[in-house]
Design a protein around this ligand. Structure first.
Ligand SMILES: NC(=O)c1ccc[n+]([C@@H]2O[C@H](COP(=O)([O-])OP(=O)(O)OC[C@H]3O[C@@H](n4cnc5c(N)ncnc54)[C@H](O)[C@@H]3O)[C@@H](O)[C@H]2O)c1
Ligand SMILES: O=P(O)(O)OC[C@H](O)CO
Length: 419
């Protein structure tokens, strides 16, 4: 396991309780996530103190059959860029934590590679997702499986991480196949719009499958986390703090710090809506308007994210926008994400080449979420008569569909003072 970067590790080191501070950092690494969780969350510290010791014990002379029966099985549903990194993170922890089965199953939407080999076979042969995360070993305990039913069979914890447009179909295939006590988490940034109104992906999963669903969002460009560069994330949960802590436990590593927040809608809407702002930021880059303009667009976008979230769900907390899922994800996506990159190319070409065409050419099978999310948000705004309150969100959609030129992003996004 790579050591955390020195500045971060020394900061965290200085935050450790004094009784632990003398332990050299590499000795503390196996318990690092627990220590970090404790440092950043006093209540988590309290609840972990009772359960910490068994997790830290080696299995020694072999786990008993009884204990093995009660180990938690984790399946990752999805194997794109982030899906593969999520499987890698989780697999490093299931090996380390004795309450989990070592093996992490990863459902693969099967495809044939140019070599003629099936993607699943290539992943299992190389221990690497050669298409969506080339060059990164996932961990020998990650097993790719193209059969969705088989992949989820017997799993106690399901991690959903596919592009949002595929989730309704996946849920339909899983109806009746998941036990009610299974816990789920969604890493998916996006939403569905139904006749009744907007439906968050975690709600879709909960309602269709009859299971509880948390969310994990954050400033998480997958390729950087794959290289074990320090990042943070936010787990959003509804009521059950203990379940949120289990997810924190499963995802945390020395370089991936996860904080639980009781605001599932706020966390999920942050992750979803920042993709629309990232498209706007890409337009600004494509038009070479500079950093001040981009910062202005990000500020206006953040304001609309907050207003939209609160108008949909009055329970959404202001503080959520200051977590990793909020302002940090907005910044990283507007600087280095795929939505930004493709939107920049769109604006450079004067909007003549469609997003679908550019996505296929530039992302090689990876999917954008921002363009469809802008359309979904626009539908909600029109239906509710809110368009005039969200000029940036509305303008992004109108540019994406060719009704406005890319330059409209600054002309229309902010109401200017009357001259
Ligand atoms: N990549 C990142 O940096 C990142 C970071 C955080 C969150 N996310 C979010 O995670 C989610 C998944 O993104 P990703 O980056 O893992 O995927 P991706 O965009 O890299 O890959 C696309 C995936 O979709 C699959 N796919 C294609 N057609 C399909 C179909 N018909 N049905 C089901 N699956 C199909 C492909 O096999 C592939 O696994 C998205 O909501 C994204 O916003 C991504
Ligand atoms: O590459 P993007 O634009 O899909 O963004 C990736 C992540 O959501 C960043 O946290």
């Amino acid at each position: 396991m790579a050591s955390p970067p020195r500045r971060v590790s020394s900061l965290l080191y200085s935050l450790l309780p004094s009784s632990l501070a003398p332990i050299p950092l590499f000795h503390a690494l196996p318990i690092y996530p627990l220590l970090l969780s404790s440092v950043f969350s006093p209540s988590l510290s309290r609840s972990l103190s009772s359960s910490m010791a068994p997790e830290l014990q080696q299995d020694g002379d072999g786990t008993s059959a009884h204990a093995a029966l009660h180990k938690t099985k984790v399946t990752v549903v999805g194997s794109g860029n982030w899906g593969s990194v999520a499987a890698k993170l989780i697999a490093s922890n299931t090996l380390r934590l004795s309450s989990f089965h070592d093996e992490v199953r990863m459902w693969v939407f099967e495809e044939t590679l140019p070599s003629g080999e099936k993607l699943t076979d290539a992943i299992n042969r190389n221990n690497e997702n050669v298409k969506y995360l080339p060059g990164i070993k996932l961990g020998k305990n990650v097993v790719a499986d193209p059969d969705l039913d088989n992949a989820v069979n017997g799993a106690n914890m399901l991690v959903f991480v596919t592009p949002h447009q595929f989730m309704e179909g996946i849920c339909k295939r899983l109806v009746g196949k998941i036990k009610g006590d299974v816990e789920a988490i969604s890493l998916i940034k996006g939403m569905e719009v139904k006749m009744e109104g907007p439906c968050m992906i975690s709600t879709l999963i909960s309602e269709q499958l009859g299971i509880n669903c948390c969310v994990l969002m954050g400033a998480n460009i997958a390729n950087e986390i794959a290289l074990e560069k320090f990042s943070e994330a936010t787990v959003g949960y509804r009521e059950n703090r203990a379940i949120a802590e289990k997810w924190v436990h499963l995802f945390s590593t020395p370089y991936f710090i996860v904080t639980p927040v009781q605001d599932v809608e706020g966390v999920e809407l942050c992750g979803t809506l920042k993709n629309v702002v990232a498209i706007a930021a890409g337009f600004v880059d494509g038009l070479e308007m500079g950093n001040n303009t981009k910062a202005a667009i990000m500020r206006i976008g953040l304001r609309e994210m907050k207003a939209f979230s609160k108008m949909l769900f009055s329970s959404v907390k202001d503080s959520t926008f200051f977590e990793s899922c909020g302002v940090a994800d907005l910044i990283t996506t507007c600087l280095g994400g795929r939505n930004r990159k493709v939107a920049e190319a769109f604006a450079r070409g004067g909007g003549k080449r469609s997003f679908d065409e550019l996505e296929a050419e530039m992302l090689q099978g990876q999917k954008l979420q921002g363009v469809s999310t802008a359309k979904e948000v626009y539908e909600v705004l029109s239906h509710r008569g809110w368009l005039e309150f969200f000029p940036l969100f509305a303008t992004v959609h109108e540019i994406c569909i060719g009704s406005l030129p890319p330059s409209a992003i600054v002309e229309h996004s902010e109401r200017k003072p009357e001259l």
